[in-house]
Write a protein that binds this ligand. Structure first.
Ligand SMILES: NC(=O)c1ccc[n+]([C@@H]2O[C@H](COP(=O)([O-])OP(=O)(O)OC[C@H]3O[C@@H](n4cnc5c(N)ncnc54)[C@H](O)[C@@H]3O)[C@@H](O)[C@H]2O)c1
Length: 362
């Protein structure tokens, strides 16, 4: 970075990331190609779009002027467009669409957006890059929590926990019956994973002790770490056809949007269980409903739907063989707190012109 209007020694120092952060800490911070003095009365402004675990806001408040949408409910679009005006940093969630309109409403001060999520399908990365806005996200810190919930959902669905709990509660339990509420077990099964990334891999590791006979997966490329558990990299159709449990662990992209459709469900075993903890948008929900009713597949477990919340009159909710959770895969105290902290660290680094700990690039 070329820094104009400064002595050569100062310029050299300011080009060093470590020294730059010290300059920032002493209220001298780098903006674009110039170093300008930042008075103690004008720290950068950051807007937080919701109540979030305290670690992130506390970190930000130590160096920035923070305003926050003080509610557990999302901010309206109109209010958001107004609140972001003139901010330097934005702390958002997956419920906020970060697009050209919002970036323009924020204006030229905006340097960094930190989303408290690992999914970033709500962020227009090209629009951010065009305006020089850095984007941070929260991979890794939620991986175990999401893997744990994916396994819970798989077991709840395959072992018919929803029907069992309902029977206990409504008195239809009756006597012990040899063939009542049976479902497929994991022991000896084939588990298929679409998207063997951080979460896909963690789910496979969690499932190993259940006696899974075979892990198969589809991704863009073979994932070397998957060899550790003997997982086989196969063409998509082979994964779909061989899986007793098929797990969507991929990101929502233009390629994966709606990929779990009737064509795909028809290629699955009639006895197979489908689990989605990715994003609702990867599934054609009407097709899933038909596949569950017609017996193309045995059951489905979803942590994510379209829309969210799913309307209570959704036909999927009437099905015994469909278990739906309210997008809680990362909902452990530890994961949410770490997500909040990492989002704040991403924003602080972006404000200082430092390398963002977890940056997404277009
Ligand atoms: N339900 C939740 O609360 C929750 C929580 C965290 C993450 N998620 C979702 O999980 C996703 C995965 O997270 P991650 O940390 O494992 O990300 P990741 O990037 O490590 O893994 C995603 C994997 O999917 C693969 N992939 C992408 N497109 C594919 C395609 N067309 N076919 C096959 N594979 C494809 C990628 O190559 C990558 O290996 C996130 O994008 C997010 O949407 C949901």
């Amino acid at each position: 970075m070329l820094i104009a209007g400064l002595s050569p020694a100062f310029r050299l120092a300011a080009n060093n990331t470590r020294i730059r952060s010290q300059l920032y800490a002493s209220r001298l911070y780098i903006e674009g190609s110039a170093v300008r003095k930042m008075s103690k009365s004008t720290p950068p402004k950051v807007f937080i779009t919701r109540r979030v675990p305290d670690r992130g806001p506390a970190l930000l408040k130590s160096e920035c002027t923070v305003t926050q949408w003080d509610s557990d409910e999302p901010i309206s679009r109109e209010e958001l467009l107004s609140k972001v005006q003139g901010v330097d940093g934005l702390f958002c969630l997956l419920t906020e669409k970060i697009d050209a309109e919002l970036l323009d409403a924020a204006g030229p001060n905006l340097k960094v957006v930190g989303t408290m999520s690992v999914g970033y399908d709500h962020v227009d990365l090209v629009a951010c890059a065009e305006r020089g806005v850095k984007v941070g996200f929260t991979p890794n810190v939620l991986t175990s929590a999401v893997a744990e919930l994916t396994v819970s959902l798989l077991l709840a669905t395959s072992r018919r926990l929803k029907e069992g709990i309902r029977a206990v509660e409504n008195g239809s339990w009756g006597t012990w019956k040899p063939m009542w509420l049976c479902g497929p077990g994991l022991d000896g099964s084939t588990v298929g994973i679409i998207g063997m990334g951080r979460i896909g891999m963690a789910v496979a590791r969690c499932l190993q002790p259940f006696g899974v006979a075979r892990f198969v997966y589809s991704d863009f490329d073979e994932q070397p770490k998957a060899r550790d558990i003997g997982a086989e990299f196969l063409p998509l159709d082979e994964v779909i056809a061989s899986a007793d449990f098929l797990l969507a662990c991929c990101a929502l992209t233009s390629e994966t949007k709606g990929m779990f459709n009737m064509d795909l469900f028809k290629k699955m075993k009639n006895t197979a269980v489908f689990i989605n903890t990715s994003r609702g948008g990867v599934v054609q929900q009407d097709d899933l409903y038909k596949a569950l009713v017609s017996g193309e597949i045995a059951a489905a477990g979803l942590d994510v739907t379209t829309p969210e919340p799913l309307p209570t009159n959704s036909p999927l909710l009437k099905l015994d063989n469909c278990v739906i959770l309210p997008h809680i895969a990362s909902a452990t105290h530890k994961a949410r707190s770490a997500m909040s902290e990492l989002t704040a660290k991403n924003i602080l680094a972006g404000l200082k012109g430092q390398t963002i700990p977890s940056e997404i690039t277009a």
